[in-house]
Design a protein around this ligand. Structure first.
Ligand code: 0O2
Length: 235
């Protein structure tokens, strides 16, 4: 079965099951299942790298810059929908070449400065290549969405050898994540009475959250500075 096979041969799907050709169906799905497995591997590698950095910060500076890490492999329906939006036939090969976010990692940081620090350290590692960077914190989307998005290239090591993979890493503060979850919900609620008004309120909240993030950052920096000064004067 070639990698050019469409992942969902819709016309033959039911007839294959109906005619007892389940084995054939499973065989045809193998390249896609393999692709999903490879993306799970990338996620494990990235999650380990990020956890190591967090542990190191904790040991060296008594501070955890990462609050939490979420990972997900994009679900098949979202993959097909995104391919359709991009006007590309969803073969396994095309999916691999077209989509950068089949593997997705969301890193929730305490403060904006942590986002840039962790992103820089991650992308300076030998086996991580920065392929694309979208800074929606410095340049928020018109609706108020803020996050730092990186597309990274990273190898996984299989029995057959090394395979280069891609993943999207989204960095946000806790407050940005709180905002994005509510905004995401709005996307799927189609019977909201006044979506424009809600969008306006969300934009106002995004701006307040941004101000709050930087005020909290200032307080945090001040506490650390004063703590360091006290430590130095006592030693
Ligand atoms: P899901 O389920 O979250 O993965 P490109 O890949 O460059 O062709 P794309 O994919 O639009 O273009 O890239 P972009 O702009 O970097 O955004 C991709 C992801 O960022 C989205 O994934 C969301 O997770 C998140 N995102 C972007 N804009 C918004 C927004 O306005 N609100 C919220 N809540 N999230 C946003 P998906 O594929 O939409 O879905």
């Amino acid at each position: 079965m070639s990698e050019n096979t469409q992942i969902v041969p819709a016309d033959s799907f039911e007839s294959m099951i109906g005619s007892g050709r389940t084995a054939e169906l499973l065989e045809s799905a193998k390249p896609f299942i393999e692709l999903m497995m490879h993306n799970e591997c990338v996620l494990r590698e990235l999650e380990t790298k990020l956890n190591i950095l967090n542990d190191e910060f904790s040991t060296l500076y008594n501070y955890n810059p990462i609050e939490s890490i979420k990972t997900r492999v994009k679900d098949p329906i979202s993959i097909v929908e995104k391919m359709q939006r991009k006007g590309v036939v969803p073969t396994v090969e095309n999916i691999e070449n077209t989509l950068n976010d089949i593997a997705g990692v969301r890193v929730i940081c305490s403060f904006p400065e942590d986002i840039y620090a962790i992103a820089d350290i991650l992308t300076s590692q030998d086996d991580v290549t920065l392929l694309k960077r979208k800074d929606y914190i410095a340049n928020p989307k018109p609706n108020g969405y803020r996050s730092l998005h990186l597309i990274v290239g990273i190898p996984i090591f299989l029995s057959t050898g090394k395979k280069m993979m891609k993943a999207e890493v989204q960095f946000r503060t806790i407050a940005m994540d709180f905002w994005a979850s509510l905004d995401h919900k709005l996307k799927y609620k189609h019977n909201v009475k006044d979506p424009k008004d809600i969008a306006k309120m969300l934009k106002e909240c995004a701006d307040s959250i941004n101000e709050l993030d930087y005020r909290m950052q200032d307080i945090h920096n001040r506490i650390r500075r004063e703590n360091d000064e006290t430590f130095e004067s006592n030693s």
